[in-house]
Design a protein around this ligand. Structure first.
Ligand SMILES: NC(=O)c1ccc[n+]([C@@H]2O[C@H](COP(=O)([O-])OP(=O)(O)OC[C@H]3O[C@@H](n4cnc5c(N)ncnc54)[C@H](OP(=O)(O)O)[C@@H]3O)[C@@H](O)[C@H]2O)c1
Length: 300
């Protein structure tokens, strides 16, 4: 069973993809029970005729018992300029949720979606003492989709011609698109663009641009999260950048941030060490310091 805590835009979109693709039973857990019941009832109409699986809604965490994957997409407020605006409230929320999840599903793989992503991934793992390899913050693969989108727009090439695109570090203003490894049609991206500034700024501000037109994003993160869920359930490996508490990798410890990881049905089984250029390495250090400062600034 997949339990999804938070039945808002993102949680319900992830549930919809899981149900429509018939991957497992889904439980929506929401603070306001009516919302969970309503979304579950709506999404239930997307269960394929040949599916063995169901979707239910609840406000009772004990119904999560037996889940092998728990997705946290809950949120208590919205931010306007920076994902850390609601940090104090969100950290209190994630600590409460963490206690319940630990009690009900201590061996589940946890996918954190809520923002500020890296700070919440950190606090969830610290609160539960679950293995750091089972508490995975999903966002850098979304940022990578956005990086690929802007490379494709800038060079007027299809995304299929772009390989090795990656975004690491914070899911926030200090995120680090990795240009040095990207190939377009087999050639280095650096042979086609003059500098990284414009694409970097566009990737970092993608969510702000989107908010000029609609309230908040939901489909990109839903698809990126579904891909992780699906590969775990299918017992396949997926190689993506994701946030995980670090213990010396990339020279950082006691902080969570996006790094390249390999995930299988047991969680993260390898943190990949990839070569970065000097600009990228120094930006990653700054990104890690930003998240550390956010963590230390909290009085919760
Ligand atoms: N990782 C990424 O790349 C990414 C991308 C997009 C969004 N996000 C983040 O994902 C989160 C959800 O976004 P959204 O647009 O779906 O927000 P939303 O529509 O406001 O939904 C949040 C839901 O969480 C519920 N909730 C709050 N506290 C809860 C708790 N303790 N237990 C259970 N449910 C609780 C709320 O319940 P009520 O109905 O009672 O208010 C609400 O239904 C946000 O933090 C957002 O920033 C992350």
């Amino acid at each position: 069973m997949i339990s999804i805590v938070g039945s808002g835009r993102v949680g319900s979109s992830i549930a919809f993809l899981c149900v429509a693709n018939g991957v497992d039973d889904v439980l929506l857990v929401n603070r306001d029970k009516k919302k969970a019941l309503g979304e579950a009832l709506d999404i239930a109409s997307a269960i394929p005729a040949n599916s063995n699986f169901s979707i239910r809604g609840t406000d009772d965490y004990s119904e999560m018992i037996g889940s092998n994957i728990v997705v946290i997409a809950a949120s208590v407020g919205s931010y306007k300029k920076d994902r850390t605006e609601t940090m104090e409230l969100q950290v209190k929320m994630i600590k409460d949720i963490a206690k319940q999840v630990k009690q009900c599903c201590p061996s589940a793989i946890i996918l954190i979606i809520s923002n500020p992503l890296d700070v919440l991934t950190y606090f969830f793992q610290k609160e539960t003492h679950l293995s750091r390899f089972k508490v995975i913050g999903i966002a850098s693969n979304l940022d990578t989709s956005r990086f690929r989108y802007y490379i494709s727009e800038t060079l007027s090439v299809p995304q299929s011609s772009i390989s090795h695109a990656l975004v690491l570090g914070e899911h926030g203003d200090s995120m680090v698109p990795i240009f040095s490894r990207v190939k377009v049609g087999g050639n280095p991206l650096f042979s086609m663009i003059d500098n990284r500034d414009s694409i970097t700024s566009n990737v970092r501000n993608y969510w702000k641009k989107l908010r000029n037109y609609k309230s908040r994003s939901q489909f990109g993160i839903a698809k990126n999260t579904f891909d992780v869920i699906n590969s775990i359930l299918q017992k396949k490996e997926i190689h993506i950048p994701a946030s995980i508490v670090l213990d010396g990798e990339y020279g950082e410890r006691d902080v969570a941030m996006g790094v390249p990881v390999k995930i299988n049905q047991n969680g993260v089984f390898e943190i990949e060490k990839i070569k970065l250029d000097d600009v990228e390495m120094s930006s990653l250090k700054k990104s890690s310091a930003k998240i550390s400062n956010d963590i230390k600034s909290l009085h919760v």
